[in-house]
Design a protein around this ligand. Structure first.
Ligand code: NAP
Length: 314
């Protein structure tokens, strides 16, 4: 793989940035990677585990001379971070982000980007419920999608470079319009997370009644919800505050379907339930056929997951 950028700066050193670093190192995709996180504790951890070639004590130092600057902080922090680094960006550099919502990031980061610097938002569709500098691993983005969201005036060469960079990281790249991105993600990620948070919240209330039986006898369906509902509270708070319209639209549809199923249960309409579950089963098969998940029992987690001892190179 060629080096599209000589120097890359990662701002924010959590799951996504640390996974990017291990993957950049794996593919030798940059000469130097600098990193910055707001807390001293995170910077110390990064230095201890060798995350980034150079961990800087200020964002301005990290972005100085960088050819690519990656904003990898919660969506609500993107604007203030962009404002802080703007005066120190190198002319001709590219600023990108990895935020889970795109319209809001464009509105809040775009105005701070100086003339002569490219701003090309992106979103890798990969993650786990873990966060922080020690949670990353090199294979996180392998064969996952990265959606690049250029605007009409974006420089084509700069967009193509960013695409090749993400391909070097292991992702499949596609371009998308920001509003469409936010709607698709509301269906595939944001609303499912909210439903998982709700289900676990309901079970937690019940647990108080049933004296921890919910945890003791936790079955696969509920356990899968708890994994999703263990995701970072700051990140997910920001996702719902910034992708409000699309998630409310999808939640409205979800509620209607839920009421229809509730009614089918009440009236004993087994045909409706059977037909519904048959249709949804086909979606799971489609995801497996598209190579976006495994059909191994328990999602293959117990054998393959790098965080469970499979991949020492992270
Ligand atoms: P993370 O592991 O929680 O790390 C977040 C990083 O941002 C930390 O270094 C943290 O610094 C810093 N940060 C937090 N609040 C900040 C603030 N107000 N100002 C400046 N820096 C702040 O998060 P992540 O999972 O890597 O997520 C980063 C971005 O990727 C988010 O925008 C998220 O939407 C997006 N994303 C996440 C996933 C996923 O599944 N996790 C998937 C795709 C995209 P300290 O450590 O010093 O507090």
């Amino acid at each position: 793989m060629s080096q599209e950028y000589r120097r890359v700066a990662l701002i924010g050193l959590g799951l996504i940035a640390s996974s990017m670093f291990w993957s950049i190192r794996r593919g030798n995709l940059a000469e130097e990677v600098t990193g910055y996180a707001r807390s001293e504790a995170t910077r110390d951890t990064a230095r201890r585990i060798g995350l980034c070639d150079r961990v800087c004590d200020s964002a301005e130092e990290a972005v100085k001379d960088a050819d690519l600057v990656v904003l990898a902080v919660p969506v609500g922090a993107m604007g203030p971070v962009a404002e802080a680094i703007a005066p120190y960006l190198k002319p001709g550099a590219t600023v990108t982000d990895v935020g889970s919502v795109k319209r809001d990031v464009i509105q809040n980061v775009g105005p701070h980007i100086p003339e002569g610097v490219h701003f090309i938002p992106a979103h890798p569709l990969a993650g786990t419920e873990h966060s922080g500098p020690e949670s990353g691993f090199a294979t996180l983005f392998d064969n996952r999608w990265c959606l690049v969201v250029p605007s009409e005036g974006s420089d084509r060469d700069a967009v193509d470079r960013l695409r090749r960079f993400w391909e070097g990281i292991g992702a499949n790249v596609e371009e998308m319009d920001p509003d469409h991105h936010d709607l698709v993600l509301a269906v595939t990620s944001h609303t499912p997370h909210l439903i998982a948070y709700t289900m676990v919240g309901v079970a937690d209330d019940l647990r108080r009644v049933t004296d921890s039986e919910v945890i003791k006898y936790s079955a696969a369906g509920f356990r899968d919800f708890t994994r999703i509902a263990a995701s970072d509270p700051t990140m997910w708070r920001d996702v719902f505050l910034t992708n409000r319209d699309a998630t409310l639209e999808i939640l409205g549809r979800f509620t209607e379907e839920l009421f229809a199923l509730q009614r089918a249960i009440r009236t004993g309409d087994g045909d409706q339930l059977f037909d519904y579950f048959t249709r949804t089963r086909a979606i799971r098969r489609g995801i497996i056929e598209a190579g976006q998940d495994t059909d191994a029992p328990d999602f293959g987690r117990s054998v393959n997951h790098p965080r469970q001892g499979g991949d020492p190179s992270r």
